[in-house]
Design a protein around this ligand. Structure first.
Ligand code: HEM
Ligand SMILES: [Cu+2]
Length: 553
């Protein structure tokens, strides 16, 4: 099999890098402009917030184990609900997928020494800790009560200091994500090594490109809506106050014009991760490179025209419901193209069942189910029936947990050797996978049934007829919470004591595998030159000429 290697290229231009590498763990607490340090800062910070948001979820599920309110009082339930959703989206998935993997990998994959604007990059990261502090601090001021959507008039009626802190926190992460998006677009356009043709650009970079363009278009709209809401709460304006001539539906449009595309901000980078992991661990060229690259762009374009499917029950006229049902169903086409391409890549491959691959295949199955319930919800008549029930909660957790979180885990198992120079333990990785897979399905599969039977979402108390199914979900949530333990121990132990990884443990062909693990400052001693495409894995599956040193199962 052809292996990527490091031929003689342009010598290092800046012999004395002006910024230091991170050598010790506490170096990660400093302002460092190296994209690799920033990538790890994003990943670790986001994972910390994931644990916080996860604890809130467990507390909510403990409350929901019985029909009445006994663990959390309803106000605290609302505050946990709001902050759980907000943290999971704005402080975990988006920063980990785009900020973490994007920053770490894009410069390495395109052969650049760093991002285009390293200082802007560091600034973008450092907006995240204060944003998280604002959210968590809001609990001392009663907690934001109105859910992660913060719809007026509810958010105006329940408005308190915490609600304003919530808004400022989202504006901070939004600003961070705009800065990051600009940086990615310029880095990919301008800093790709000249010998790399566009059809040799790794699919992860295509995905980050599509994501960044989408973020640039949609994020400012959310910021605008939230700032108007902040004014209504604090400065006596009435943009969204119905009794003073304001319009609440406008808020919903501004909110969903960002927040629908936000689901692609979360899933497109994960799709990119999938397109890197599947061919390497199936040791086959990716099926349909161009189809995957173009479908990212198509999802990004069509995704901007579907936001009203969140507003079918907001007095939307029937003709508009029809338009947005059809545009929503159209998004299923490019998404289906990707899923088809991955399955075709797996087909007949020499699959290595590594932890990374298990999470990737787990993602495929769970995302498929989430996609199916998504198609049903995108269809106005079904949506009107199950709107604001647990069917919706089941759907978005399949997509977000089964799609995004599984993908982040897959990426961590895959690139941990590159980032730290050490291997993760595969046995504990598999334990982690099995627990996560069982936990996710046990928690969220029964929620479809709850929703079809009519259990409303966002409530701390419910009709006793739903109790037995809710108990199952709560048991699942405890399994999920427990599943993090083997992962955390594995990460901490392997980072300091794991076996050495070598430069290219999986036999990858994209450029990040041509440098040391972890890469030196500025990534390469001399700039790399392409010798193969990123997915030119050798030969048909039967010939066993694989020269990676990885043990087959
Ligand atoms: C440990 C696993 C998780 C459990 C047990 C869990 C549980 C819950 C529960 C009980 C709710 C409240 C549902 C309602 O009353 O409407 C909820 C809402 C939500 N969850 Fe999760 N969740 C988990 C993971 C995640 C992840 C990974 C994400 C996203 C990345 C996420 C995103 C959300 C969102 C956006 C909401 C809606 C909040 C709102 O309506 O304001 N959850 N979750
Ligand atoms: Cu949507």
């Amino acid at each position: 099999m052809a292996q990527a290697q490091l031929p003689v290229g342009t010598p290092l231009t800046t012999p004395e890098p002006e910024h230091p590498q991170a050598w010790k763990w506490y170096d990660y607490f400093t302002f460092n402009v190296d994209h690799k340090v920033i990538g790890i800062q994003y990943l670790v910070t986001a994972f910390f917030f994931y644990l916080v948001g996860g604890l809130m979820a467990v507390a909510m599920r403990a409350e929901l184990a019985t029909a009445d309110s006994d663990v959390l009082n309803p106000n605290l339930y609302n505050a946990f609900l709001t902050n759980h959703g907000t943290i999971m989206i704005f402080l975990w998935i988006v920063p980990a997928a785009i900020g973490g993997f994007g920053n770490y990998l894009v410069p390495l994959m395109v052969g650049a020494r760093d991002m285009a604007f390293p200082k802007l990059n560091a600034l973008a990261f450092w907006l995240n800790p204060p944003a998280g502090a604002l959210l968590i601090g809001s609990f001392f001021f009663g907690g934001a009560q109105s859910g992660w959507t913060s719809y007026p008039p509810l958010s105006l009626i329940t408005a308190n200091t915490a609600q304003s802190m919530w808004i400022l926190s989202i504006v901070l992460v939004g600003t961070s994500s705009i800065m990051g998006a600009l940086n990615f677009v310029v880095t990919i356009l301008k800093m790709k090594i000249p010998s790399m043709r566009w059809d040799q650009l790794p699919l992860f970079c295509w995905a980050i490109m599509a994501t960044s363009l989408l973020a640039l278009v949609s994020t400012p709209v959310l910021a605008a809506g939230l700032i108007l809401l902040l004014f209504d709460i604090n400065f006596g304006t009435s943009f969204f106050k119905p009794d003073a001539g304001g319009n609440v539906v406008i808020y919903q449009h501004l909110f969903w014009f960002y927040s629908h595309p936000a689901v692609y901000l979360m899933i497109l980078p994960i799709f990119g991760v999938m397109s890197e992991i599947i061919p390497i661990h199936a040791r086959k060229p990716i099926f349909g490179y161009k189809a995957i690259a173009y479908s990212s762009m198509a999802i990004c374009a069509v995704g901007l025209f579907v936001w009203v499917h969140h507003m079918f029950t907001s007095g939307t006229p029937p003709w508009m419901r029809m338009f947005f049902t059809i545009s929503t169903l159209i998004v299923a086409v490019p998404t289906g193209v990707k899923i088809f391409s991955w399955v075709a890549t797996l087909w007949g491959g020499k699959i290595r069942y590594t932890s990374a691959m298990l999470f990737a295949v787990g993602l495929l199955s769970m995302f498929f189910l989430g996609g199916l319930s998504g198609v049903t919800l995108g269809t106005a008549p079904v949506d009107i029936h199950v709107h604001d029930t647990y069917y919706v909660v089941a759907h978005f957790h399949y997509v977000l947990f089964g799609g995004s979180v599984f993908g982040l885990y897959a990426g961590i198992y895959h690139w941990f050797p590159k980032m730290t120079g050490r291997m993760l333990n595969e046995f504990w990785g598999k334990v982690h996978f099995v627990l996560t897979f069982i936990g996710t399905n046990l928690t969220f599969l029964p929620m479809h049934q709850l929703g079809l039977q009519g259990m409303p979402r966002r409530v701390a108390m419910y009709d006793p007829q739903f109790e037995s199914i809710n108990k199952l979900c709560t048991i699942g949530a405890f399994v999920l919470a427990f599943s993090v333990v083997p992962f955390l121990i594995n990460i901490i132990w392997s980072w300091s004591k794991g076996p050495k990884a070598g430069d290219n443990p999986w036999g990858g062909l994209s450029l990040e595998w041509t440098t040391a693990s972890p890469p030196m400052i500025e990534n390469w001693p001399v700039l790399p030159v392409l010798t193969t495409g990123p997915y030119d894995f050798g030969g048909p599956p039967e010939d066993d000429d694989d020269d990676s040193d990885f043990d087959d199962e």
